[in-house]
Design a binder for this molecule. Structure first.
Ligand code: PLP
Ligand code: SF4
Length: 349
């Protein structure tokens, strides 16, 4: 049983001291967690702190000493972003779409984040670097879709977002803009008229991909924030990370995917956890993930199923996790979109 008192703080908790004062960290644990917070960005928003008596929420955001354990197969850049970055702030791995990372700040910091070695308040793009990144998009006609990610693009000021959208809007070959964000769930109050206005100012299709891992995250406030986006003509997709102790049961996933569909959010991807440093306590073995997804088949409406996906370590791309085949020694073989075979590390026990 978790006896964490409900914090009353209305500010984002960013230090172990603040987390201890609000009751999310016990005084006995505080000293041991200082090196975790020193190494990895930490922030718990009021909306998430309010839910933190649920261990499935606390686990996602409150630092844990197990983060200091890095396994040999865990990498600083697990999906090989750096190898596909032609200019700062852009990752161009697939011919027709690029990632654009205008900021590395997030509203909350997820303890399992695949970019945990780079996210944090500092290290976003300067005005000049953003111009250079937008120039790359403008001068690369193969780019059909721009995916704003980071960090969390929706922590930027609406004026800044509007500037980026306006530049993409003026680029004829860009047809689709996708924004990946945790904000509708983690800080739903930010989805206000000014932010929606900034997203709507476009002749392109604008999608928002909401990162959401449990049904509990879809509070009335989060559902209302999502409704404001959908009502403004912005279709919503959901990205979920499969996490031990958070959503690794059929019941948890069933409740989540139903809640998403009911909130007019299409479950898009269920991600196998990437091999980011200090995340082994979150890893669900691939065989278990495949079994969970299999058990949902037939039980859930067709529109409630995301694709279970994994990113091949090192940068070969995303592939359906259902296609990974076990090798007998615990490793898996996965084929990238070009058909090349790669070995996928075994899950720790
Ligand atoms: C995940 C990712 C995308 C988007 O992939 P989709 O399958 O289209 O959602 C694009 N570029 C990079 C580098 C990615 O890692
Ligand atoms: S919101 Fe996204 S980018 Fe930010 S810490 Fe969480 S997973 Fe990482």
């Amino acid at each position: 049983m978790n006896h964490t008192p409900t914090p009353t703080s209305e500010t984002t908790l960013k230090t172990i001291t603040a987390l201890t004062a609000s009751g999310l960290v016990t005084p006995e644990d505080a000293a041991g967690l200082a090196p975790v917070a020193a190494r990895y960005a930490t922030a718990v928003t009021p909306a998430m702190a309010k839910l933190a008596s649920d261990p499935r929420i606390a686990r996602q955001f409150v630092p844990d000493v197990r983060e200091l354990v890095t396994l040999p197969e865990e990498r600083a850049d697990p999906i090989g972003d750096a190898a596909h970055s032609p200019v700062k702030g852009i990752v161009h791995r697939y011919p027709d779409r690029v990632l654009l990372m205008p900021t590395l700040a997030c509203a909350v910091y997820c303890r399992f984040c695949f970019r945990r070695e780079t996210v944090g308040g500092a290290g976003g793009l300067t005005a000049g670097e953003l111009t250079a990144a937008l120039d790359y998009i403008r001068t690369t006609p193969a780019i059909w879709e721009v995916i704003l990610t980071g960090g969390d693009p929706l922590v930027l000021a609406p004026r800044k977002i509007e500037e980026i959208i306006a530049s993409l809007d003026a680029t004829p070959h860009v047809r689709t803009i996708r924004i990946h964000s945790r904000v509708p769930v983690a800080a739903p109050e930010r989805i206000d008229g000014a932010l929606i206005g900034a997203l709507r100012a476009t002749g392109k299709a604008v999608y928002v991909g909401v990162h959401c891992n449990t049904a509990a995250e879809l509070t009335p406030e989060a559902v209302a924030a999502c409704a404001r986006l959908v009502d403004a003509g912005i279709p919503l997709l959901a990205q979920t990370v499969l996490l031990k102790g958070v959503n690794d049961t059929v019941e948890d996933l069933d409740a989540l995917f139903r809640a998403l569909v009911a909130a007019r959010i299409k479950p898009y991807y269920l991600h196998q956890l990437d091999y980011a440093p200090g995340t082994s306590h979150f890893r669900v073995p691939l065989a278990q993930g495949q079994a969970l997804v299999g058990a949902l088949r037939g039980r859930l409406s067709g529109i409630a199923h995301p694709t279970y996906i994994l990113d091949i370590p090192g940068g070969a791309g995303k592939v359906p996790a259902a296609s990974a085949s076990p090798e007998g020694d615990g490793t898996y073989i996965v084929r990238d979109p070009q058909g090349t075979a790669h070995s996928y590390p075994p899950s720790p026990l």
